[in-house]
Design a protein around this ligand. Structure first.
Ligand code: GLV
Ligand code: GLV
Length: 355
């Protein structure tokens, strides 16, 4: 192969690697056993000649790494993730390295995990499972693991982009929940869907579902019974959910986070969970991943899973393929899905179909 492409992790499927090999690339996959690579580890991987890198969200892609990649002749970097808060895009631009991410292929998979956590929290699935395995079940009781009925309640979505909108549709259509959402942009198609579905229900003699675009995030927090967070992580969304905002939520609300950990002040959340036993959370991400803040692991009203929202076979293979295409597109000098010089929602469902 003429080009050297490095992947900092082994990735699912074979399509991504075949695409690169077919296009004149030699692919090197890091064999280091430890999960999180340091900047030094990655500099060693980049070496003297490297045309492109596929990296992971656990890595700190800042000034140092882009300088090293540029020095090795590298022109392309793709995160194997839709989120790119671990990437300093300005630094990449400064060193002439194109940056890609992998949106689109993980929308439904991630929304399905948020929905799973919502249902699991509402019906106390994990607590009930632990109870059963501990041999504590000694017969049906009217009060045993009573949870919340979602039908007719309100689902709140903060950040109604691709993932937030897909989640909202699942909860509205699947469980007949009303929707309230907050986003800087109007989610027109989501609104149309809820309106049409409401009309369908009404035509069948059922209570229609409703939607509302909230004027502020606080309105969502006050009014919703189940709230799912889907913003990107940046300076404006760091600790979006803090002590004060938790206090405005319903005592029996459910809070779901499949975005990025630092969107929630996790110390404040642990305290809130202690003070409000009927308040429940489902968390896929944590402030200091892979660690949890003290006390969280002991809370019965928290469900915690290890950042697996995009973990379906189809999606992970799709992410690997997109990451390879991002790098390849830049190296070979053609844009595969879009402009490879920008972090771009290549598979943006709003984009016109390819000509
Ligand atoms: C996963 O967290 C992603 O951003 O793809
Ligand atoms: C519960 O199992 C019921 O039959 O109501």
């Amino acid at each position: 192969g003429k080009y050297r492409v490095v992947s900092t992790k082994s990735m699912p499927g074979t399509r991504w690697i075949n695409l690169l090999i077919e296009q004149d690339c030699r692919v090197e996959i890091c064999t280091e056993k430890k999960t999180i690579l340091s900047v030094e580890d990655i500099i060693a991987l980049i070496g003297d000649k490297c045309d492109g890198v596929i990296g992971q969200l656990t890595e700190d892609w800042g000034e140092t790494l882009f300088a090293a990649l540029s020095k090795a002749g590298g022109k392309a970097f793709s995160n194997m993730a839709v989120g790119y808060n671990n990437v300093d895009v300005n630094a990449a631009n400064k060193y002439g390295v194109a940056v890609g991410n992998t949106p689109g292929v993980l929308t439904e998979t991630t929304a399905e995990l948020a929905a799973s956590l919502s249902l699991s929290a509402a019906r106390r699935i994990v607590e009930a499972d632990e109870f059963m395995r501990a041999g504590l079940y000694d017969g049906w009781l009217p009060h045993l693991f009573v949870g919340n009925l979602l039908k007719g309640q309100t689902v709140g979505v903060i950040g109604a982009g691709r993932i937030g909108s897909a989640y909202a549709r699942m909860m509205v259509e699947g469980f007949k929940m009303n929707l309230i959402y907050y986003d800087l942009y109007q989610a027109t198609r989501l609104e149309k869907f809820v309106t049409a579905y409401g009309a369908f229900l009404q035509a069948n003699g059922e209570k229609p579902v409703t939607w509302k675009r909230a004027a502020s995030m606080d309105e969502v927090l006050r009014e919703a019974d189940v709230i799912s967070l889907h913003p990107i992580l940046d300076k404006t969304t760091y600790h979006l959910i803090n002590k004060e905002r938790l206090a405005t939520m319903k005592k029996e609300a459910i809070l779901i986070n499949c975005s990025r950990g630092p969107v929630i002040d996790e110390v404040a959340l642990v305290e809130h969970l202690k003070q409000n036993p009927m308040f429940r959370v489902g968390l896929d991400v944590f402030e200091d991943e892979p660690y949890m803040k003290p006390g969280l692991a002991e809370m019965k009203n928290a469900i915690v899973v290890p950042h697996i929202a995009s973990a379906s076979k189809w999606t992970r293979e799709g992410m690997a393929t997109l990451a390879a295409l991002n790098v390849l597109g830049k190296i070979k000098g053609y844009p595969v899905w879009g402009d490879p010089n920008r972090v771009e929602p290549f598979l943006n469902e709003n984009a016109p179909p390819p000509a």
